[in-house]
Ligand binder design. Structure first.
Ligand code: ATP
Ligand code: MG
Length: 740
């Protein structure tokens, strides 16, 4: 028919052109669901002459929405894609409320309270009412009630306990505050839009098509919304894959698939069976993993690409070695493929954010640019910054900015205005904030009397904490960084602070803290980026006494290393090729030529706190099916706590293991040809491949920094921190040769 349909197979084409009023496309990963959905939108505009503003497309993330717009733009006239109602459920709901919200009493220019805003409003209410529930807990409870459309009054009416009435009061005051500030929170966007479309169905009278990607992860309110959006004469198209349902923790309802069949008994179902993403080997392996779930109906999935390289399953000595190996493998494969692969082509997908520290450090050390998706870089995370700020002040109390950040965190009843007054006073006297509060705490200043009693006590507690920590540091004659970090975390009651401040994800944050602790000692002595030289690298001069590092030296070296490794240039420009680090959850719907899944052990995946192991298996399946050409799974033999790991039960079976190679892909010339075919790229010249190969061989012969035993964990890994063994060195050389 035209270019739009040319690139599609028969099943995809019939989905794109289907006249069905309700169409479900259910298909495995990589079968072109998103591609089909995109083409269908363009088809509706080009062939069925629907106006773009009468079409609604819901995607799961903002990134997916952007990508879809770009793809549609290629098929329809320039600018048409902008007229579509296309975005996440929340953004689509917002548009209707902006346009028609007045009908149900929502003023036109409402603002949106994000999770942080909601939390701080609730915190203020809780503080003034002296209600003893952590703000986060109250927020998620309110959110749950709102999602079920239960108002504060309705909730109160069903409760007997005084406590619950107090909660209802907090809830109702929260609603009042939102209203008085003209704000809607995330739940409001969906719930109020449902209300609008129920009361004023005319709002959607012009809507002719509603299309939804990643349908398997919609929740009940979103399902309701979909139905209402299409209530006039909207045709519905959903695409999804029950095997990729991974958001049950956000109340996504896999049952919505069945519900849809019941609500729309005459809906058509189209299955897609061809996979256009991954190599044959990757598919077979991923299918073997998901097929362990026996409750799941059998499905066909046919590879369209060549068999390709076997996926790799590797045991490494520990997380540091794992991170080093992974970075080395990135360098090795980019070099060997002679320009076929760039850093953009690599993704490292992790189960939980705490795992990123060692990987980020290794990448930074090797000078490989990376970007984090769906999460902050390790040292930018609030809980890590907090601990590091305390260490910075202990090391160097004169840093006013740092001190201002932590003097009242956790709360010591030192208010904003007191802090401002203190800063001003210090400025006037040309002294540091620390010198000033030290004098106040020790009763050496008159201005003390101007400060409220609780704040005076707060200042004393804070000053004492810093002084005792400094004393501790001076007394230690050996490196006891761990002792110091522990001391700080106990004194500020870090665990309780995280629990109260971040009710929803405090465990994750605590795990980040533990990860920092577990790597602190090693980081204090390791060499960051070759900038700093470890003392043991200097030659020993006979007759001159070597100065031993004091605990204080170790602390400042540790902080310097942290600063250096987080300061590695992270360019934002599109043109810079960067490795992606993402959680598996945030990688849904995306694809990369090369995918690494580190930390594949029981406790990580399935996660120790996960109840639904089938969902964890699906998560691993989602991760594996992101890969086009090369797939690596790895597992450290020991954790930092020196506990032994057990390989994830999802792959720890001979029937699964037979699909993996233990040694990793060799990347010979036929492998490179296969890769080029899978990626649809030009194959590098044989001469280029040959010279890359002899280069790598030379380097591995003379420079390989570790023995096999060391990598596999048969020998201790203590040498890792030694600059003479710095693993980035041979690759740095290799890169240089390549450039010249
Ligand atoms: P997921 O379940 O992971 O979201 P999906 O089913 O949405 O996967 P897409 O992302 O749409 O799959 O497609 C996967 C890859 O296959 C994309 O690179 C897409 O361009 C390609 N593809 C899809 N259909 C075809 C086709 N008929 N011919 C060639 N390539 C195709
Ligand atoms: Mg998709």
């Amino acid at each position: 028919m035209d270019a739009l349909l040319d690139g599609l197979n028969d099943a995809q084409r019939s989905a794109v052109t289907s006249p069905a009023s309700v169409l479900q496309v259910l298909a495995p990963p990589g079968s072109g669901k998103t591609k089909t959905l995109t083409a269908r939108v363009a088809y509706l505009v080009n062939h069925e002459r629907l106006q773009p503003w009468n079409i609604i497309v819901c995607t799961f993330t903002i990134k997916a929405a952007r990508e879809m717009k770009e793809r549609i733009c290629g098929f329809v006239g320039e600018g048409t894609e902008k007229k579509l109602i296309l975005g996440t459920f929340h953004s689509v709901a917002r548009r209707f409320l902006v346009r028609y919200g007045q009908q149900i009493g929502i003023p036109k220019n409402f603002g949106i309270a994000d999770t942080t805003d909601s939390k701080s409003i609730i915190k203020r209410i809780i503080d003034t009412r002296q209600y003893l529930v952590p703000p986060d807990q109250a927020r998620s409870r309110i959110s749950g009630l709102k999602a079920r459309n239960v108002s504060a009054a309705q909730f109160a009416a069903t409760q007997k306990k005084a406590d619950e009435h107090e909660f209802a009061n907090v809830y109702s005051e929260y609603e009042e505050q939102l209203k008085s500030q003209n704000l809607l929170d995330y739940d409001d966007l969906l719930v109020r839009c449902v209300e609008l479309l129920q009361k004023v169905p005319e709002c959607v009278s012009s809507i002719q098509a509603v299309l939804i990607d990643e349908y398997q992860d919609t929740n009940n309110v979103q399902y309701e919304l979909m139905k209402l959006l299409a209530q006039a004469r909207g045709r519905i198209t959903i695409v999804g894959d029950p095997d990729q349902s991974i958001y049950s923790f956000r109340a996504a309802e896999i049952k919505n698939l069945l519900r849809m069949r019941k609500d729309y008994p005459d809906s058509s179902v189209i299955n897609l069976e061809m996979n256009y993403r991954s190599s044959g080997c990757i598919l077979t392996t991923a299918m073997a993993v998901i097929e362990q779930d026996e409750s799941r109906p059998e499905k066909a999935l046919i590879a369209t690409h060549c068999v390709g390289e076997q996926p790799t399953l590797r045991h490494l000595a520990n997380a540091q070695v794992e991170a080093w190996w992974l970075v080395d493998e990135i360098q090795r494969t980019t070099t060997l493929t002679a320009g076929l692969l760039g850093y953009n082509d690599y993704a490292i997908l992790i189960r939980s954010a705490a795992l990123s520290l060692s990987i980020e450090r290794s990448l930074a050390k090797a000078g490989i640019p990376y970007r984090m998706v769906g999460g902050l870089r390790f040292f930018d995370r609030a809980e890590i910054k907090l601990v590091l700020d305390y260490l910075r002040i202990i090391n160097q109390p004169e840093s006013n900015d740092v001190l201002m950040r932590i003097i009242n965190r956790p709360s010591r009843k030192i208010g904003e205005s007191t802090i401002k007054a203190l800063v001003k006073e210090a400025e006037q006297e040309k002294t540091s904030l620390w010198t000033l509060i030290l004098a106040i705490a020790q009763g050496r200043r008159k201005s003390r009397s101007k400060i409220a009693k609780p704040a005076q006590l707060g200042i004393e507690t804070f000053v004492n904490l810093i002084l005792t920590s400094q004393k501790k540091l001076r007394q230690e004659d050996s490196c006891d960084l761990l002792g110091l970090i522990d001391h700080v975390s106990i004194k500020i009651s870090l665990e309780a602070y995280l629990k109260n401040t971040y009710k929803e994800d405090w465990k994750e944050r605590w795990a980040n803290y533990e990860e920092l602790v577990s790597q602190a000692t090693q980081m204090a002595t390791s060499v960051a980026d070759g900038e700093e030289v470890a003392d043991d690298a200097l030659p020993v001069v006979e007759g001159i006494e070597q100065r031993q590092d004091t605990a204080a030296d170790i602390l400042s070296k540790f902080l310097a290393n942290v600063t250096l490794s987080s300061a590695v240039e992270q360019p934002n420009g599109e043109e810079v090729s960067q490795v992606t680090i993402s959680t598996i959850h945030a990688a849904k719907g995306l694809e990369w030529p090369v995918v690494f899944l580190p930390a594949v052990y029981n406790g990580s995946i399935p996660h120790s706190r996960a109840e639904d192991h089938d969902e964890e298996r699906r998560l691993l399946y989602v991760g594996m099916t992101r890969a086009k050409g090369l797939l690596y799974l790895s597992c450290p033999v020991k954790l930092a706590s020196s506990e032994d790991t057990v390989l994830s039960k999802f792959v720890d079976d001979p029937s699964i293991q037979k699909f993996f190679s233990r040694s990793g892909p060799s990347i010979g010339s036929s492998a490179i040809r296969d890769l080029a075919q899978i990626l649809g790229r030009a194959c590098p010249l044989a001469s280029e491949v040959q010279s890359a190969q002899s280069l790598v061989e030379r380097i591995e012969d003379d420079k390989y920094p570790f023995t096999r035993d060391e990598i596999d964990g048969t020998e201790s890994w203590s040498n890792f921190a030694n600059p003479r063994n710095a693993p980035s060195e041979p690759w740095a050389k290799r890169t240089k040769i390549q450039h010249s």
